[in-house]
Design a protein around this ligand. Structure first.
Ligand SMILES: [Zn+2]
Length: 183
């Protein structure tokens, strides 16, 4: 009978959860400074070089964000983070223990190695003048970046595609020549 009074302990390994790389909606000041981001639960996102520089200026070391699959609580992945990778996916040796909702899992960051941030610079024409736009997204290589771009924009809308290039450096801070893509 003593057996029945023992607490029943179930030990299960935490589930392994894949975090795909997604674009998160960012809110910025007119000066382009990041104000807030909308985390997508269970995903990670790369931070643009310019934002990383701004974080670094404030003493923050941030390369990427990820969000808890259950409650969207945001975590930070610092520069220099070198997890063991397998076919381009990063496997975190440590488990994620969400401080907010207590969710626990082993994290796999999908495409950690392969994906990088690209910037497309393009112009639209409203009948009177040209407007220059910049758009950021992740892709594995330039051809894929171009495919993503044209999946979201039509030839009617885009008057002139100036270029698509990996984001590894800084953009010129001169508004008059903002259409020049520097990588
Ligand atoms: Zn959570």
């Amino acid at each position: 009978m003593a057996e029945a009074n023992k607490p029943h302990v179930v030990t299960t390994a935490p589930p392994q959860v894949e975090f795909p790389c997604e674009e998160w909606l960012a809110t910025r000041t007119p000066q382009g400074e990041l104000v807030s981001v909308e985390p997508i639960p269970g995903t990670w996102t790369l931070i643009a070089a310019e934002d990383r520089r701004r974080f670094a200026d404030k003493g923050m070391n941030i390369k990427a964000f990820f969000a808890c699959p259950r409650c969207r609580q945001m975590g930070i992945i610092p520069e220099g983070f070198k997890p063991p990778t397998e076919l381009g996916d990063a496997k975190l040796a440590t488990e994620l223990h969400c401080r907010k909702c207590r969710f626990t899992c082993r994290v796999i960051l999908k495409n950690w190695d392969k994906r990088r941030l690209y910037c497309a610079c393009y112009q639209t024409y409203d009948g009177k003048k040209y407007h220059t736009h910049k758009e950021y997204f992740h892709a594995e290589y330039e051809g894929e970046a171009e495919k993503f771009f044209w999946a979201q924009h039509s030839l009617l809308e885009v008057a002139n595609l100036i270029g698509i290039a990996p984001v590894i450096g800084f953009f010129l801070q001169d508004n008059k020549t903002d259409q020049v893509l520097v990588v």
